[in-house]
Design a protein around this ligand. Structure first.
Ligand code: PLP
Length: 495
């Protein structure tokens, strides 16, 4: 049994919830509801009430069916043979409703204040965590992020007209991690409220954004959060988030991979629930960003979606969201996926470039895209599946390329993070090679808010980065308090 899997005989795993059908509660607004999908839109014909459900299965069961499965109420992160798990939905129950039904249902929930459906994640509740009661959900109405038409960037830098940036980082804690964390913390909240499973807190190793999201959602639900951060390797803005949200913060003298190893050991010894994306619950929330992209295009499928990758959960989450929409008849194909890595932390790129021969973890080097400075990604198998199934590509970006791409985007009115710079840089390269066509529709996924990475931008615009030309740098002009001097500078600028 994998060391990170809690033994089946341990009390941490054994206690299960009574059947959801016994748990009918009053909605916070008073009406009685069941843990089932109850179509709420008047334009729909009355449809049968259906019990939707989901369970953990070994990730390999996608290709090799197995009888091994676990309830989502179990605390289990790995399959019996030590592999990854995946959340498997009862697709036959979901398939009782056609694509038109799901599209109309999801569209009817956008922008509402109705708990919890106003959230971009929980508006797809039946596909995410169907058996949770609405009152157990911990949500900040995350999701519904801007799909921005990057008109100027597209025309100026890549000669494209149909380029879009999905701003997943303009969110509650300033990164896409909110999408997955609302699901994980909601499930923990349910387990703590409704079972005797002794979960004393939720823990994660983080390159910054996971700990920010975890601590915010835990604070909202009054659940202790414990975060392991690599010392001096995350931005100040990211560090202050878990501190402000009252997490127990351990700053450890190692890198992310070292923190990950430690938290996995700790969660096998103590009843601390592991919140890293090894935990497949997070993928369920993150996949809604893919569904949202389709929805925002009126259910038209873009040709390309480019995602920056580190621990590689997100690229799989996008694949899973697109795949579900295809399988359930909302769309007729899925986009090609590109996973973009920083050259300083590029184990997936190297694996892809070798023709998927043999995966070798790397020692990740320092990168401005600090949240993806990961050399031994937990979700490597998930990423390979996503890329193979979507006819996908892996690209990489040097430090100079990613910082230039970030600055180029900012110069056209965005304010993106270095990870988005990695994805934009991949786009620039693939356009340069003619792989992505000028008239194709491409979406670049922006994963964090640029304000969390102000220091990287300051360094770039001060032209103070060793070995980097900072070609798009824009340093302020210092001028004395004198009208003539100011006019001279303005004339130089305007000439
Ligand atoms: C800002 C940002 N971008 C991209 C990623 C990469 O996501 P994943 O680790 O799922 O590949 C992360 C995750 O750590 C992140 O915080």
């Amino acid at each position: 049994m994998a060391s990170s899997q809690i033994s089946l005989s341990s009390s941490f795993l054994l206690h299960k919830l009574p059947s959801p059908s016994l748990h009918r509660h009053r909605h916070r607004y008073g009406q009685a509801i069941a843990c089932t999908a109850t179509p709420s839109i008047t334009s729909q014909p009355p449809l049968p009430t259906t019990n939707f459900s989901a369970k953990y299965v070994p990730f390999t069961s996608i290709s090799t069916p197995t009888t091994e499965s676990y309830s989502l109420n179990d605390v289990v992160y790995r399959s019996r043979d030590g592999g990854l798990l995946d959340v498997q939905h009862d697709m036959s129950a979901l398939k009782q409703f056609d694509g038109h039904y799901w599209r109309t249902l999801f569209d009817s929930r956008v922008g509402t204040t109705k708990w919890p459906y106003g959230s971009g994640v929980w508006s797809k509740k039946e596909w995410v965590l169907p058996q949770i009661h609405d009152d157990d959900i911990v949500s900040a109405f995350e999701g519904n992020s801007n799909l921005f038409w990057a008109e100027r960037f597209g025309k100026k830098f890549v000669k494209m007209n149909d380029l879009w940036v999905k701003h997943c980082g303009i969110s509650h804690t300033g990164s896409f991690k909110d999408l997955g964390m609302t699901v994980l913390v909601s499930q923990v909240n349910k387990l703590r409220k409704r079972t005797t499973i002794p979960i004393i807190g939720v823990g994660c190793a983080s390159t910054g954004d996971t700990s920010a999201a975890l601590s915010a959602y835990c604070a909202a639900a009054n659940i202790p959060s414990i975060v392991f951060l690599p010392a001096n390797k995350i931005s100040m803005a990211q560090l202050v988030q878990p501190i402000a949200n009252n997490a127990f913060v351990l700053s450890i003298d190692t890198d992310f991979d070292g923190c990950m190893k430690l938290i996995r050991q700790v969660t096998t010894e103590l009843p601390i629930y592991l919140a890293n994306s090894l935990n497949s619950l997070r993928i369920e929330g993150q996949k809604t960003a893919a569904i949202e992209i389709l929805q925002q295009f009126d259910w038209e499928v873009p040709d390309w979606v480019i995602v920056p990758g580190g621990n590689l959960g997100n690229i799989y989450a996008f694949y899973k969201g697109f795949k579900m929409c295809h399988e359930l008849g909302l769309v007729d194909r899925i986009p090609r996926l590109v996973c973009a890595q920083a050259r300083n932390a590029n184990p997936l790129f190297q694996y892809y470039s070798s023709g998927w021969k043999e995966f070798e973890p790397v020692k990740a080097k320092t990168t401005f895209a600090s949240a993806i400075q990961i050399g031994d990604p937990v979700s490597i198998d998930r990423a390979v599946c996503a890329l193979k199934e979507s006819n996908g590509i892996v690209e990489e970006a040097s430090e100079e390329e990613l910082m230039d791409a970030m600055a180029m985007a900012d110069s056209t009115g965005m304010f993106v993070c270095p990870h988005t710079g990695v994805a934009l840089s991949a786009l620039i390269k693939l356009r340069g090679k003619g792989v992505i066509g000028a008239t194709e529709r491409a979406v670049v996924v922006s994963t964090a808010h640029g304000l969390k990475f102000s220091q990287a931008k300051i360094d770039y615009h001060s032209m103070g980065i060793e070995g980097m030309e900072c070609s798009y740098g824009n340093s302020p002009v210092t001028v004395k308090d004198d009208f003539g001097a100011v006019m001279d500078e303005l004339q130089k600028f305007l000439s």
